[in-house]
Design a protein around this ligand. Structure first.
Ligand code: ADE
Length: 225
């Protein structure tokens, strides 16, 4: 898989891909992530990428031309399955979307900034709009990092224990059951004895029950689907 991220703030996207699981996935060539500075496609000597909005009003708007130039250049090199615009008014990200996107070959993510992008970018160039939650960030970069992480960790070979993504919270629409590690007793706080029983079927049963209880308590909406 290849992910191309278009941004006016490439430095914001350096560290998320430079540590831990994402770095390992890139180093193992399981995913290629390229960050593109929109300013490289800016207009004129000043490499302008944004302008005032027609009709008046505060805030700058990212112009269509630099974005179109960047996307066209990328599309000249390979086919893209999706051009995703990160925006708080997009479709809210969930595990199902991450699962589906992890099956794609090439994805472009476009990060909005200031007041957003010229509407014609959304109408003509973008194929999907994704929000990572009902709150407004300063730009789409952190959202693109979150979306990338949610996708990349699902790619075959990225997680050491292949089964661990399958038992994640939200797979099967259930929150994950509680987990414990040593010591089995800390102060007067004990680990549920069933987990030390060695009885694997019983432990699995307990985990399923706990996952269900936890979901009923915290996210009953997940059980309605
Ligand atoms: N850009 C700003 N806020 C965002 C959000 N919540 N999700 C995706 N992109 C954003």
């Amino acid at each position: 898989m290849r992910i191309d991220i278009i941004t006016v703030l490439p430095e914001l996207l350096k560290s998320p891909f430079d540590a831990s699981i994402l770095k390992r996935a890139i180093d193992k060539n399981l995913v290629e992530v390229e960050i593109h500075n929109l300013r490289d496609y800016g207009i004129g000597n000043y490499k302008q990428v944004d302008d005032y909005q027609f009709g008046g009003g505060a805030g700058m708007v990212l112009m269509i031309e630099p974005i179109d130039k960047c996307i066209s250049e990328l599309k000249g090199q390979r086919n893209y399955d999706e051009v995703i615009y990160m925006t708080p008014d997009g479709e809210r990200l969930n595990q199902g979307m991450a699962n589906e996107l992890s099956l794609r070959q090439n994805i472009i993510m476009l990060c909005g900034h200031y007041k957003g992008v010229d509407q014609r970018v959304r109408d003509q160039l973008v194929t999907m709009e994704i929000s990572i939650g009902d709150y407004v960030l300063s730009g789409g970069e952190l959202a693109a990092a979150v979306l990338s992480d949610s996708i990349i960790r699902l790619l075959p070979g990225v997680l050491n224990d292949e089964t661990s993504a399958l038992t994640d919270t939200f797979q099967d629409n259930l929150l994950a059951p509680p987990v414990y590690t040593r010591p089995s007793r800390y102060k007067e706080w004990e680990v549920p004895p069933i987990l030390m029983s060695g009885n694997t079927p019983k432990i699995e049963e307990w985990r399923e029950e706990e996952a269900l209880k936890h979901t009923q308590k915290r996210r009953p909406d997940l059980l309605e689907d």
